[in-house]
Ligand binder design. Structure first.
Ligand SMILES: Cc1cc2nc3c(=O)[nH]c(=O)nc-3n(C[C@H](O)[C@H](O)[C@H](O)COP(=O)(O)OP(=O)(O)OC[C@H]3O[C@@H](n4cnc5c(N)ncnc54)[C@H](O)[C@@H]3O)c2cc1C
Length: 314
């Protein structure tokens, strides 16, 4: 059942009793609202009855934050509409239960994307990503979710619906920066300050060409020195720099079905470059990698979005 009512059926409550933490907490009731008005009504009634409300998106939280054995578990999964895409302004307004993966697929035909890329991006919701200020490998270039939220509509603990929006012109010359913009109060607050019922997000233009490089290196020390050098390089502009220690690289070898890949390597660094369509600076990457002891023949190149998605599964 979706809507403004509460469900007490054991099997329904059990279905929302787990997240990715491995913990199990069976809520006293479950609510599956389909719109913001229903969320406000549920929270208002809960406040009147002094019941707790825990927001849940896709429940991929690894900390037990999206489960509770007290009060109402409010799932946003029935609120999963992309409400408004403004291609010119490069913004999109969405309901909180939209999965990040679905959002990216909806944006791709328009040449746009939402930058945050948590590893769980195919499974987690926008509301969960906002509440956790989710980040991913590409945060190195684009910043975490916070940097891409323009406005939020939030139902607060008393059932009121408020909209918070970033100012178009910033003129804060004094005071503590973190408390000046109400959007920042809610991003990363893990549902403790209110339930996000809509989010207006900033989008970026999709790069014309994206290339991934998996670079085996002799050991941890040289891999870390390579990362520092890559970050300081004026030539390369890595979108991400992910470090794999020996054990992680062994798993990656297995996932790639290449047990003899980089046989002498004790670490691996995965990076991505983007261009407007021109050639990525592969020679510069190889030269830098070799300077830190890499064997150029071991370097794997993943050209294009599909190949990069494969690489990201390593
Ligand atoms: C395999 C795996 C990989 C992961 N990789 C990453 C990663 O790379 N980076 C990263 O940051 N995280 C990662 N995570 C953690 C998690 O997936 C993210 O934090 C994700 O953004 C949570 O989204 P969700 O929809 O699953 O939220 P949930 O797990 O349902 O909820 C998470 C928190 O957000 C709150 N919440 C959910 N929806 C709302 C809402 N509408 N309004 C207010 N509060 C709300 C909940 O109350 C809870 O506190 C990973 C998890 C897994 C299992």
């Amino acid at each position: 059942m979706t809507g403004g009512g509460l469900e007490h059926d054991r099997s329904v409550r059990e279905a929302y009793a787990r997240d990715a933490s491995g913990l199990r907490r069976v809520p006293e009731a479950v609510a599956r609202p389909t719109n913001a008005v229903e969320v406000a009504e549920i929270v208002r009634r809960a406040a009147g009855a002094r019941m707790c409300v825990t927001a849940a998106g896709a429940q991929t939280s690894t900390t037990g934050a999206s489960i509770s054995d007290r009060g109402i578990l409010l799932s946003t999964r029935a609120m999963a509409r992309v409400l408004d895409l403004d291609e010119r302004a490069r913004t999109v307004r969405v309901e909180p239960g939209v999965l990040l993966g679905d959002l990216q697929r909806a944006l791709a035909p328009h040449g746009l994307f939402f930058a945050p890329d948590p590893t769980s991006d195919q499974e987690c919701t926008v509301g969960g990503a906002v509440a956790c200020n989710a980040s991913g490998p590409r945060t190195l270039r684009y910043g975490p979710t916070r940097a891409h939220v323009r406005a939020l509509t939030v139902v607060t603990a008393d059932g009121a619906t408020v909209e918070v929006r970033r100012p178009l012109v910033e003129k804060n010359t004094a005071g503590l920066a973190p408390v000046q913009d109400p959007v920042d109060w809610f991003v990363g607050s893990e549902g403790t300050l209110g339930i996000v019922v809509a989010a207006e997000l900033s989008l970026l233009e999709r790069p014309a060409r994206e290339t991934g490089l998996a670079i085996p290196l002799p050991d941890e020390q040289r891999a870390l020195a390579f990362i520092v050098a890559a970050r300081e390089s004026p030539t390369m502009r890595p979108r991400c720099l992910e470090y794999f220690d020996a054990e992680s690289f062994a798993i990656a070898r297995g996932d790639a079905g290449a047990p003899s890949w980089g046989p002498k390597a004790g670490a691996m660094v995965y990076t991505e470059e983007t261009t407007d369509g021109g050639e990525p600076p592969l020679d510069a990457w190889l030269a830098l990698a070799e300077a830190f002891g890499a064997n150029a023949a071991d370097v794997r190149v993943f050209d294009g979005g599909a190949a990069i998605r494969e690489a990201r599964r390593l």
